[in-house]
Design a protein around this ligand. Structure first.
Ligand code: UDP
Length: 247
């Protein structure tokens, strides 16, 4: 890791990557890119590159984990050994086990789990390149993969973080800001009902700063939600065009 720069925000209020405090990183989303998964999505958010693949609903293995009244949603978040500066062991770390749990819990409220009793849905997330905020980008992509698999959902789940860098509340922290900043607040939400499905905080914030960070993260989520819907639309328009050519 490089030495801490004196200032993470310059005199003009610009961040290390020249973003303004309320600016998102560049985001590119693609839906339905894996032919062997039931649903899939890929997201690039700044330098983050993340793939999500979904299988199911299908019979639950092992069977004793199935539930008589609902589908079980299982999630595995995994970082590739080459995804970070220092090679990461491919074995699941404590952090990956925790993130798998919180990401699964952030996605589950959006799914009509009661429609498919005794079944399971598996969500696999592969972080190919990480640069801060991977849990949020993973949720955004995994929710699209669930939709792509045709699983009935109340809404998409979209996620974004805000936090404090130097003395400023900023949106969508990249790795250096995440590590050297004062706080990071990841938020996930179902925008149609304004229902929050993930809220975490790493670091210290005064109550008014926390409120500001949550509001800013929600604002970021709304902007990413538009990109999610656009990515879904693009996939189905392409599928429709393919069908028309065949006919
Ligand atoms: N990271 C790393 N090595 C690791 C795990 C994480 O370099 O083994 C970096 C990576 O860029 C990640 C960032 O640290 O995005 C922040 O990790 P955190 O646990 O805060 O989760 P995230 O912000 O990615 O959701």
């Amino acid at each position: 890791m490089s030495k801490k720069p004196k200032k993470l925000i310059d005199k003009k209020g610009r961040r290390l990557d020249s973003r303004k405090p309320n600016e998102l990183r560049n985001i590119r989303i693609e839906v339905g890119i894996l032919s062997n998964a039931d649903g899939s999505a890929y997201i690039e958010q700044g330098k983050n590159k993340i793939l999500a693949g979904v299988f199911g609903p299908k019979e639950m293995h092992p069977k004793h984990l199935s539930r008589p009244d609902r589908m079980v949603l299982r999630c595995r978040y995994h970082m590739a050994p080459f995804s970070v500066e220092e090679r990461k062991s491919p074995a699941p770390s404590r952090r990956e086990i925790e993130l798998s749990k919180v990401i699964g819990e952030a996605l589950e409220p959006s799914v009509f789990v009661e429609y498919y009793p005794r079944t399971g849905v598996d969500v696999f997330i592969e972080v190919l390149q990480a640069d801060g905020g991977t849990r949020c980008a993973s949720i955004t992509a995994a929710s699209l993969a669930l939709a792509d698999a045709g699983i009935p959902m109340r809404d998409l789940v979209v996620s974004c973080a805000a936090g404090k860098v130097d003395d400023t509340v900023v949106l969508d922290l990249m790795d250096t800001e995440d590590k050297l900043g004062a706080a990071d607040v990841p938020v996930a939400v179902m925008p149609n009902s304004n229902a929050v499905t993930l809220l975490q905080m790493d670091g210290n914030l005064a109550p008014e700063e926390f409120e500001k960070a949550v509001n800013l993260a929600m604002e970021g989520c709304k902007r990413i939600y538009d990109l999610q819907k656009e990515a879904l639309r693009t996939k189905y328009m392409a599928a429709k065009q393919e069908e028309e050519v065949k006919e």
